[in-house]
Design a protein around this ligand. Structure first.
Ligand code: SAM
Length: 232
């Protein structure tokens, strides 16, 4: 089996992203999920020139947003068609300097970078999805410099179809945006969703300290970040 997949189930998840790459790219380009990722970017607030790695970057919308904010961005994903979309959207974005962004195909469990390569390493809606979350987080910490930051965005344990429907009603989201979030809720119900102690333990076990966690999107989502200890 290719090292890009950990099991037949994992291969199937990869395959779904391959056939759905165009739909997924459009789905995330605007609406509540795009707003959530922008909120996450603002929460992390990296300075200009930050060397940023986006693990499981998918169509690269968030990677592009950071590039527009003058970060030097690398996006990594295992999806061939998703990366093609990421490359295309980035080439067509007049605000993105082509020299400030690159995309690579690689497994999150074996990132093709030496230790201490990045100031900030992020994974949005990836840790909850991968077959080996602890291994991916360890890799993210390894490639981040000492004193650098690792940030993640994942579902809270309460995220499901019912809680998302309630959230959409409260926010008076239209049918299109509600459908987008419900699709995510369906996927989340088949993946990991975290209570605070579970996510905190994963991040700490990967070697992070000064962990900060906040619930967003009506409490249904975790923003989390931690620091790689200086001198490690
Ligand atoms: C739910 S999507 C999130 C995409 C993007 N981070 C975002 O916020 O929209 C999960 C992404 O992780 C990628 N992925 C899943 N498992 C992976 C692995 N083991 N190695 C690399 N990428 C992986 C998928 O191809 C997909 O693009």
């Amino acid at each position: 089996m290719s090292p890009l997949w950990n099991s037949p189930r994992d291969w199937f998840r990869w395959f779904l992203f391959e056939i759905g790459a165009g739909y997924y790219t459009e789905k995330l380009a605007s609406g509540p999920e795009a707003e959530l990722r922008e909120e996450f970017a603002n929460w992390l607030a990296p300075a200009a020139d930050t060397r940023l790695l986006d693990v499981g970057c998918g169509p690269g919308h968030l990677a592009r947003l950071f590039a527009r904010r003058d970060c030097r961005v690398t996006g990594v994903d295992r999806g061939r068609r998703l990366l093609r979309q990421a490359q295309r959207w980035s080439e067509q974005d007049p605000e993105v300097d082509a020299n400030a962004i690159q995309f690579l195909r690689a497994p999150a469990e074996r990132l093709p970078f030496p230790e201490n390569s990045f100031d900030l390493t992020i994974a949005t809606t990836v840790i909850y999805f991968v077959a080996q979350p602890a291994a991916v987080l360890r890799e993210m910490v390894r490639v981040t410099r000492s004193g650098g930051v690792v940030g993640t965005l994942d579902p809270h344990a309460s995220l499901n179809r019912r809680s998302v429907r309630d959230y959409c009603e409260r926010r008076r989201l239209d049918r299109r945006d509600t459908r987008k979030l419900l699709t995510w809720a369906v996927a989340s119900e088949r993946c990991l969703r975290f209570e605070e102690h579970e996510l905190r333990a994963l991040l700490a076990a990967a070697g992070l300290v000064s962990i900060k966690m906040e619930r967003r999107m009506g409490g249904l989502v975790w923003f989390a970040r931690g620091r790689k200890p200086a001198g490690s």
